[in-house]
Design a protein around this ligand. Structure first.
Ligand code: UD1
Ligand code: CA
Length: 490
């Protein structure tokens, strides 16, 4: 339900120095989305009146990505003063005096904090009647986080950053998640009183909490049940930890929804992937992007599918697939490479050591072994012989070829595009097809075979081959034995 009394400000202007990356921190990928994508999705799900993203470092890139992820996002630019407080002020400027409701502030680098946990926080804040609330967590290793300092009676007193904390305060295991709720005008007023007198010479948003406490306003701290949800990402070690945790949660969700996943540790599934009932994922499977797998399909082992659709009951084994469509009950692999534009019909087959690109393979058609098919159409029920190449590239341009239905081609053919092979055609082994073939023809191109008898014995005298030939021609009873002895010595 839309919440007209709520605005969300997401802080994403920081440099993210600890990532040591040319890519802004909030654009690093996590389970199929940039970090900021997870935060924007959670914010949007709350249906707030406004969503503001505060940017500065590599503004262009972050802004572009954010607009693609959530077109309604408003962008605020942080000025010269550093710190989360200055960032929040920039966000407030975009909201302007017109907005007087609750402001939820979250961080672009806390990606697991989803809609449910945020909604719970909002409900608790509104029920408490506090002027402001902080979402906190108790964690085993609080290093790096701001510590939540409470009075003897348990009320929130201040939030102290790691670098500004005393020895005593460093022992506190309750940390600030970086998520807050303020009444917009309270936040404006309190931030105006915050300076930069701290170890980092930054304007801290946490100090706005201190201002309200000193004013005697009620400020609440809500401890989250699941501390993993507020794990911030500052370096790549934390990114990997959060990625592993999110993956465990995604796998658990799909298992409970009826998917068999043998090995959670080696199976990676993006948040954007859809899986049907009784799908089986074997070890070493990665499902990325907009991949959809229909009921009863079996994927893996050792398979990566990116933006790929897999139909009911299909089997995809040891395969790498990009933007492809695999039909119902089709078979792919082992060792297949499906490139963008591959469409495999129901009950079709793309087999071992086969590469495909921009190719439509009809119902029940097969490309079983050692082949390349690009820019082509293969008709229903056709079988393409082993080792066949669709030569689609003339060095300058790509051309398209077609193979009609129920065609049977011999092994090791080359189809030099553009070429059209009619319905029901047969081709001999080693045929190179450069001209169209009418329906129902047998097509062969090889030169007549020539046997030069005795050539080996004459020109390669003394070799194992010559000896074997001699023995065979002399009808030597030991021929086979001597043969196997020779080859065994190689
Ligand atoms: C911040 C909190 C800390 C909390 C932790 C939780 C402050 C002063 N500290 O510390 O109490 O435990 O988050 O994860 O708030 N940002 C800006 N502009 C800036 C600086 C930061 O927009 O000038 C953004 C960053 O892009 C990031 C977020 O604010 O998304 C947090 O900044 P970061 O530098 O990671 O703060 P922490 O040191 O983690
Ligand atoms: Ca952080």
């Amino acid at each position: 339900m839309a919440d007209s009394n709520l605005a969300v400000i997401i802080l994403a202007a920081g440099q993210g120095t600890r990532m040591k990356s040319a890519t802004p921190k909030v654009l690093h990928a996590l389970a199929g989305r940039p970090l900021i994508g997870h935060v924007l999705a959670a914010a949007d799900a709350l249906e707030p009146e406004r969503v503001v993203l505060v940017v500065r470092h590599q503004r262009q890139r972050v802004e572009e990505a954010a607009r693609t992820l959530l077109p309604r996002v408003e962008i605020a630019e942080q000025g010269e003063i550093p710190g989360t407080g200055a960032a929040a002020e920039a966000g407030l400027d975009v909201l302007d005096e017109g907005f007087v409701g609750d402001v939820l502030i979250t961080s672009g680098d806390v990606p697991l904090l989803g809609e449910d946990a945020l909604a719970e926080f909002i409900t608790a804040h509104r029920a408490s009647g506090a002027a402001a609330s902080v979402l906190t967590a108790r964690i085993a290793d609080p290093t790096g986080y701001g510590r939540v300092v409470r009075t003897a009676s348990g009320d929130l007193e201040a939030i102290v950053e790691q670098r500004d904390a005393t020895e005593q305060q460093l022992l506190i295991d309750e940390v600030n998640s970086g998520t807050y709720l303020f009444q917009a005008n309270d936040l404006r007023r309190s931030l105006a009183q915050v300076g930069v007198d701290n170890a980092q010479n930054e304007k801290y948003l946490t100090d706005a909490i201190g201002v309200l406490v000193r004013e005697g306003r009620p400020v609440a701290a809500h401890v989250i049940d699941d501390p993993m949800l507020v794990q911030g990402i500052n370096d790549r070690e934390q990114l990997a930890e959060v990625a592993a945790e999110l993956n465990r949660r995604i796998i658990r969700r799909w298992r409970l929804a009826g998917v068999t996943i043998q090995d959670a540790a080696s199976t990676w599934v993006d948040v954007t992937v859809e899986l049907g009932q009784d799908v089986t994922l074997l070890p070493g499977t990665q499902l990325r992007g907009t991949t959809v797998v229909q009921d009863e399909a079996v994927i893996g082992p050792d398979t990566t599918l990116v933006d790929t659709e897999v139909g009911f009951g299909a089997e995809v084994c040891r395969t790498h697939s990009l933007s492809a469509r695999i039909g119902e009950n089709a078979h792919v692999g082992p060792f297949s490479y499906l490139r963008p534009g591959t469409v495999l019909g129901n009950e079709g087959k793309i087999g071992t050591f086969v590469e495909t690109k921009n190719v439509t393979i009809g119902h029940g058609a097969k490309l079983p072994h050692l082949s390349y098919a690009g820019d082509a159409e293969i008709g229903e029920g056709s079988n393409i012989g082993a080792g066949t190449i669709f030569a689609n590239y003339d060095g300058v341009h790509k051309h398209r070829s077609t193979v009609g239905p129920q065609v049977r081609t011999g092994a090791h053919n080359v189809f030099v595009a553009p070429v059209h092979i009619g319905a029901g055609v047969y081709s001999g082994g080693g045929t190179i097809i450069r001209k169209d073939v009418p329906a129902g023809s047998l097509v062969i191109t090889q030169a007549p075979q020539v046997n030069k008898e005795g050539w080996v014995i004459e020109h390669r005298a003394g070799t194992a081959a010559a000896e074997a030939a001699e023995a065979a021609l002399n009808g030597d009873q030991n021929a086979e034995q001597s043969n196997s002895r020779t080859s065994g010595n190689e």
